[in-house]
Design a protein around this ligand. Structure first.
Ligand SMILES: Nc1ncnc2c1ncn2[C@@H]1O[C@H](COP(=O)(O)OP(=O)(O)OP(=O)(O)O)[C@@H](O)[C@H]1O
Length: 246
């Protein structure tokens, strides 16, 4: 369980900032705000002194070398408002014996009655197949729609996990390395899909070129701190690569 340490005693907890406006869609309101926050696991902080405010409509890439604390940060953000966030973690969490269709359908399991889900498990409703088919086509999985997940390659499994997260149709998409196992072309397709379906996205990425192309803001983590927080317009790939140096 991620702990928000009170190392900095008055540090504000990560809380959604309530909009006071009757027209929230017209205002670039903060969804997350961290102030001098220490974040870690158990009693061990991974990140300290984190100041981070993320507003509706932002597309944020979290960059940093392996072990820097990217997952720790995005998972702590997810924990703040899990009901409005579609979260795609590094572990795919697929049910191996179930088909691609059924694994993706699980993204909306909570929207239907138990009986409906049971019938759909045994004999998929045409309406649900009709909703999921375009998604699998856009991810190049149309030939695997009724293939069980345990017969997929690693990259195919990752695309199913992304599809299941997209199928949740939530306001905010948080992806923890959602393109780590797919090729460059598929990476672009996935990032286009995520951006096309969500106004607000927070992605941990290792590909700095794609981060600059698909995200409007780059947050760089190094040595347990947020070392960079800038508009993507002002940055080059070589500048981002310095975050990977010791
Ligand atoms: N579930 C967990 N329980 C305890 N410690 C954890 C857990 N997950 C990560 N950590 C620790 O937190 C630190 C940061 O890990 P984290 O996974 O956030 O880094 P990362 O930047 O996402 O790395 P990667 O790019 O390899 O995914 C590491 O020291 C790691 O051992």
């Amino acid at each position: 369980m991620i702990q928000h340490h009170d190392v900095l005693a008055k540090a504000e907890k990560v809380v959604p900032i309530e909009s006071e406006s009757p027209l929230p869609s017209l205002i670039n309101k903060p969804l997350f705000r961290l102030e001098s926050q220490s974040i870690g696991w158990g009693h061990k902080p991974v990140l300290e002194g984190v100041d981070l405010s993320i507003k509706e409509g932002e597309k944020v890439a979290i960059i940093g070398k392996s072990g820097a604390g990217k997952s720790t940060l995005v998972h702590s953000l997810y924990q703040q408002q899990p009901k409005i966030i579609a979260y795609c973690g590094q572990e795919y969490g697929l049910v191996p014996s179930l088909s691609v269709f059924h694994n993706i359908y699980m993204g909306q399991l909570d929207k239907h009655h138990f009986t409906y889900n049971l019938v759909n498990l045994l004999r998929p409703f045409k309406s649900q197949v009709g909703k999921i088919r375009p998604l699998v086509e856009s991810l190049g999985l149309q030939d695997q729609l009724f293939q069980s997940a345990d017969r997929l390659s690693g990259g195919q499994q990752q695309r199913v996990a992304v599809a299941r997260t997209l199928f949740q149709e939530r306001d905010i998409f948080i992806g923890d390395e959602p393109i780590s196992s797919v090729d460059e072309v598929q990476s672009e397709q996935i990032l286009q899909l995520i951006n096309g379906r969500h106004q607000t996205t927070i992605l941990t990425l290792h590909n700095v070129e794609l981060a600059l192309r698909f995200c409007s803001r780059i947050v760089g983590i190094r040595n347990g701190r947020v070392e960079l927080d800038s508009s993507a317009d002002n940055l080059s790939p070589s500048q981002l690569r310095t975050l990977y140096q010791d």
